[in-house]
Design a protein around this ligand. Structure first.
Ligand SMILES: Cc1cc2nc3c(=O)[nH]c(=O)nc-3n(C[C@H](O)[C@H](O)[C@H](O)COP(=O)(O)OP(=O)(O)OC[C@H]3O[C@@H](n4cnc5c(N)ncnc54)[C@H](O)[C@@H]3O)c2cc1C
Ligand code: SF4
Length: 328
């Protein structure tokens, strides 16, 4: 680990100012950042601690929907009665991630920006990683790629986006609101993370020094009937091989609106709009869910190691839809 300075600004304006200094990084719970600093993958020269900034409640009920503070701990959000009642998919996704100790530390802002678990990215002894060292190559192509993505991949990078929470946020049409040197803005979650393309080192549309202040979950008729399914190697403390968040609005026995997003198999939280469109106007059934889920993987690009994710993603989506349909 290299030397760094530490500050804890009193308010968001001071945090943004401190965050614009070259080499600065915001510090949430540190469960990603400090890990990567120890591994010399990330080497900020100053840490700007924003983990105690919010002051206000972790979750607030507003006319625009639920507002979740960026500094809210993952465990507090998962346990919040309004979240459990109005968007169970978010609570389930959070509870499926990491461990209770890590969820007690991890913040919503940090979870939004957690980095990939690609083993080559996390090992500085491996020279070929375009995400860590642009234009150096990609060791995962032709290497160990069982955990890697099959959707949104590029020739430069096939790393899977690791977050469970962000998959639920994608299904809930969340907005990320920020404050930066140019002022405040709200970014749709679907626009927040970027695909690797030619620049896998860029993972979001955030600008230097731009602070995540919180997340908004708009009131929707589908969020309450929602579910998260995660498939992993162990029942706890493991990242997703594939996961799916599903939300349904049912009227008169038919699906009026659907939201489906997947994780563990894509380079960013992945909305499956073709699947959603195939569901609308039909009565929910296992056969319909299976048929629609097949559309999610039509553009998949696999490696010999991760081709098993094609059927896995379809089954995971179908199961999440079944669970959402069964929800009261
Ligand atoms: C052993 C282990 C197992 C895990 N398993 C899972 C799992 O199964 N599923 C899952 O989803 N996650 C898992 N995680 C990851 C965990 O969820 C993340 O590490 C955590 O959510 C990151 O939050 P944090 O507050 O600790 O972020 P930090 O480590 O503090 O920061 C992460 C990044 O976000 C930036 N940042 C932080 N706050 C802000 C802000 N307000 N504005 C702008 N930038 C900000 C930081 O600069 C940094 O780049 C696991 C982690 C560990 C260590
Ligand atoms: S998949 Fe991406 S993160 Fe992993 S080695 Fe290749 S470029 Fe690096």
């Amino acid at each position: 680990m290299r030397p760094f300075t530490y500050t804890r600004p009193a308010d968001p304006a001071a945090a943004v100012l401190a965050g614009t200094v070259a080499g600065a990084a915001f510090l949430g719970g540190g469960t990603t950042l400090v890990d990567l600093m120890k591994l010399n993958v990330m080497a900020p020269t100053s840490l700007v601690d924003v983990s105690r900034l919010s002051g206000a409640a972790a979750v607030e009920d507003t006319p625009e929907g639920l507002r979740i503070a960026a500094a809210a701990r993952n465990s507090d959000v998962a346990a919040h009665p309004l979240v459990r009642q109005r968007c169970p998919v978010l609570s389930e996704a959070l509870l499926s991630g990491a461990s209770p100790q890590i969820r007690n530390m991890a913040t919503v802002g940090g979870n939004l920006l957690q980095r990939t678990r690609c083993a080559y990215f996390r090992d500085v002894a491996e020279p070929a990683c375009n995400k860590r060292a642009p234009d150096s190559g990609c060791a995962a192509r032709g290497g160990w790629s069982r955990m890697h993505a099959i959707l949104g991949v590029s020739d430069q990078c096939i790393a899977a986006h690791p977050s469970d929470m962000n998959v639920a946020l994608a299904a809930l049409d969340a907005g990320v609101y920020t404050r930066g040197p140019k002022g405040e803005r709200s970014i749709a979650i679907s626009e927040f993370h970027t695909e690797p393309g030619e620049h896998p080192e860029v993972e979001s549309v955030l600008e230097p020094g731009e602070l995540i202040v919180g997340v908004t979950l708009p009131p929707t008729p589908f969020a309450a009937r929602s579910a998260y399914v995660k498939v992993r190697d162990r029942a706890a403390f493991a990242f997703a091989l594939a996961s799916a968040a599903a939300a349904l609005e049912l009227t008169g026995g038919q699906i009026r609106q659907a939201r489906v997003a997947i994780g563990g198999a894509s380079t960013k939280p992945w909305r499956c709009r073709d699947v959603e469109n195939a569901l609308v106007g039909h009565a929910p059934s296992r056969a319909l869910f299976r048929q629609a889920a097949a559309l999610a993987v039509k553009d998949a690009r696999t490696t010999p190691d991760n081709a098993f994710k094609i059927p896995l993603v379809q089954r995971t989506i179908a199961r999440a839809l079944e669970r959402a349909a069964e929800a009261a």
